[in-house]
Design a protein around this ligand. Sequence first.
Ligand code: 5AD
Ligand code: SF4
Length: 441
Amino acid sequence: MSKTYFIQTFGCQMNEHDSEVMAGLLEEKGFLPARTKNEADLVLFNTCSIRDNADKRFFGTLGQLKNKKLEKGDDLIVCCTGCMMQQQRVIDSIKSKYPWVDVVLGTHNIHELPDLLDNLYRERQKQLSVWQDGGEIIEGLPVRRLFEHKSYVNITFGCNNFCTYCIVPYTRGRERSRKPSDIVKEVEGLVADGVKEIMLLGQNVNSYKGDPEGPVADFPDLVKRLNEVEGLERIRFMTSHPKDLSDKLIDCFRTCDKLCHNFHLPVQSGSDRILKRMNRRYDSRKYLDLVRKLREACPDISISTDIIVGFPGETEEDFEDTLKLCREADYDSAFTFLYSIRKGTPAAEYEDQVPEDVKHERFNRLCDEINETSAYKNSLYVGREVEVLCDGPAKRVRGKMSGRTGTFKLVKFKGGSELTGKLVKVRITSSNTFSLEGELI
Ligand code: 5AD
Ligand code: SF4
């Protein structure tokens, strides 16, 4: 009988996509997906270290597996991968407190999973080690996609920006770009396999480096090239660093009809003093100028952001600058985060850390502000006709389907599963803070 696997993913889209690749590698080896963690022969955790809570949740979940592993022994294989496994203190803690873990694998080496499992099954060789360097990009790995009609596509790996709060440059290594021809080939293959929408992924897509001599030298060139892929309907991308967002990319919203009218542009703070301390390399004026240019190029564009509250040294005045910037940027939505100390980053050493109660109080005020704008922006859709790519049955509502507009609004509407993967027209009948309701036309 075939062995079964279960992957639990923490964190961002990069991790979700890495998990799709690891699922592809496991299925190529004959593993079948298990419905639950409890019944799987192999459990794989793909971890995240961006904030402390993801860290804690992983160790909590891992601990819950101990009795099962002790009971089943070699019949249950436990693997840990992802960003946390790039940190020596985490490896040390697994070796000392969770010695029953079978495989620890760094983010740069997921393609080695099949060989490690061979060693484990054939030679009973535990592999508690990690690989720190970036190395070559491995092309052509199998992928088991979460959705048939949409797909993530990596374009860069790693990050060179070293924002002072962020652990990513240490866990994902230096930035490397895939070759334009490899990306185009992958996208054409996906489209032939039924994919309508792609999400190009990179920590900073704007610093993508193609072939300086060829037609695809930079990120806007790549968008233009992919816009020509026949059969592809929608192109999205994330994440964009404001310091590298060029007029050339903004112009793509005028010329590329497949580019979705949505932009995720993390601001992190509205205070120029804090932005400097974060090493973001732009100020609030430059940021708001980009927002203005985006809206000029694409009047119905939706803009979202990431904001950190309570970065070391943030005063009430700095925080009010953030509130002010949010009002001016008029965001459709925002991911808001409490600053979390990450060992090994410069900001962890700053002495003026903000007290937890002050952070929470500011966080609540920011959420109230953002939610109010989100609700208002959503209300403007009522009565409009929109195109939705249907993802499948809506969560927690019977008889309804859900999907996204090009502007990334979540829309729920009555319909059957046969609509999954189709582009449909929907008239919006009402709006909430985080979603829209509508009727199929
Ligand atoms: N604390 C809080 N939020 C963080 N982010 C990154 N590092 C931290 C940290 N140490 C947030 C940033 C980034 C998003 C992915 O996570 O806003 O854009
Ligand atoms: Fe982290 Fe900054 Fe790189 Fe984004 S750009 S991954 S926030 S270091």
